[in-house]
Design a protein around this ligand. Structure first.
Ligand code: ZN
Ligand code: ZN
Length: 378
């Protein structure tokens, strides 16, 4: 028997749990290192007391200790379900120290929790994770935006490594026990507190809690399970997109991890300026230039359509500069529907800037008529 825990606590072998608790409390008050700051022996003594109490306060451990003179897992208070300082009721008053703070810092009540956390991270290490989305810019013509199109878009994205199928392990190499944590998936660290030494558990950084590591990393991906590939994806750009529209292509983003789904590909649209048409929402605008006589007498104009071809528009006599005519259903598609906006034709009456002699003569004649009309009215 290495240490006599009963002797350390100074209780008889048949002491009741209450006696042990009471005695422990007395000892904490007596040997508390805060009261013996210059005495390293006090801290050592306190550590011993803690160790003894930890075993004797736990019925299972105490029985084991009574029978074998030791307890299986050394030192770690992990598993001591009954080890709860708050039972003692000191600390709340702040007489010596903030007990809660210490318990928090050292993960008390969290030892069971530490195991749970490990279990969770074990799952997390292999949990299917959705791949990230990718966003790429794409400039389209106004015609493509208004009527829809298909585009081949070349992207660089993460792929599941074809050699190791994403495991990161060289095929056939297999796994071995993690050398860092010896397969437990957790790292135990001893921390000192005023109560002595405590063991804090954390997830093993080498194996991320899985307890095993590949014997050899995949030569293709270097163990990441992921490679980058350049891929050309055909993207359907729906009719009616505009600058700022994000077209989602489901499942064409980065590959997921551990069998998780792919992310999505987003194509961010920019619509290039068009030399002929201007767009406002689902409306397209076209400016038709007509002459002064046509405006006066009326005419017909061939209006180009964005999908190609022309539509004949009748300009009535007396059409004013800036007047608008509507050609229904020849504008931009309304995204997600089969309806189209209108094509608005705006009339621009061109004033001759460099008239011929003959034109000048005729216009002077016209001016005389206008002037006489004006004088008659006055
Ligand atoms: Zn690989
Ligand atoms: Zn490990």
């Amino acid at each position: 028997m290495a240490k006599d825990y009963y002797e350390i606590l100074g209780v008889p072998r048949d002491a009741s749990p209450d006696e042990i608790k009471k005695r422990y409390r007395e000892l904490v008050m007596k040997y508390h290192p805060d009261l013996h700051k210059n005495d390293p022996e006090a801290a050592k003594r306190m550590a011993e007391i803690n160790e003894a109490y930890e075993v004797l306060s736990n019925p299972e451990k105490r029985a084991q200790y009574d029978r074998f003179g030791s307890v299986g897992a050394q030192g770690a208070p992990g598993g001591s379900a009954g080890f709860d300082f708050s039972d003692f009721g000191f600390g709340g008053g702040g007489d010596f120290f903030d007990l809660d703070e210490i318990l928090r810092n050292f993960g008390f009540g969290g030892f069971g929790g530490a195991r749970r956390a490990t279990y969770e991270s074990r799952e997390e290490a292999n949990r299917p994770t959705r791949g990230e989305d990718i966003e790429v810019p794409l400039t389209v013509t106004l015609k493509e935006a208004v009527l829809g199109t298909k585009k081949d878009i070349t992207i660089t994205r993460k792929e599941v490594c074809p050699t190791c199928k994403g495991t990161g392990v060289e095929p056939g190499a297999g796994y071995m026990t993690c050398p860092t944590c010896k397969g437990s998936g957790v790292i135990r660290k001893v921390q000192r507190s005023i109560f002595g030494e405590f063991v804090v558990q954390s997830t093993c950084p080498t194996c991320h809690g899985t307890g095993r590591v590949p014997k050899a990393k995949c030569h293709t991906c270097g163990g990441t399970g992921i490679v980058t590939e350049t891929k050309t994806v055909e993207v359907k750009i729906p009719a009616g997109v505009d600058t700022g529209t994000r077209v989602r292509v489901k499942g064409q983003g980065n590959a997921g991890l551990h069998g998780g789904p792919r992310g999505d590909l987003y194509v961010r649209i920019k619509v290039a300026e068009d030399p002929v048409f201007r767009r406002e929402g689902d409306k397209l605008y076209y400016t038709a230039h007509i002459t002064f006589p046509d405006a006066v007498l009326g005419t017909t104009v061939q209006i180009p359509l964005i999908e190609g071809g022309y539509e004949t528009l009748r300009i009535p006599p007396g059409t004013q500069n800036g007047m608008e005519f509507r050609i229904p259903g020849r504008g931009a598609y309304i995204i997600g529907s089969r309806r189209r906006g209108d094509l608005i034709v705006k009339i621009q009456v061109d004033i001759p800037t460099n008239p011929s002699q003959e034109e000048v003569l005729l216009i002077e004649k016209l001016k005389e008529i206008y002037d006489s009309k004006k004088n008659n009215r006055m």
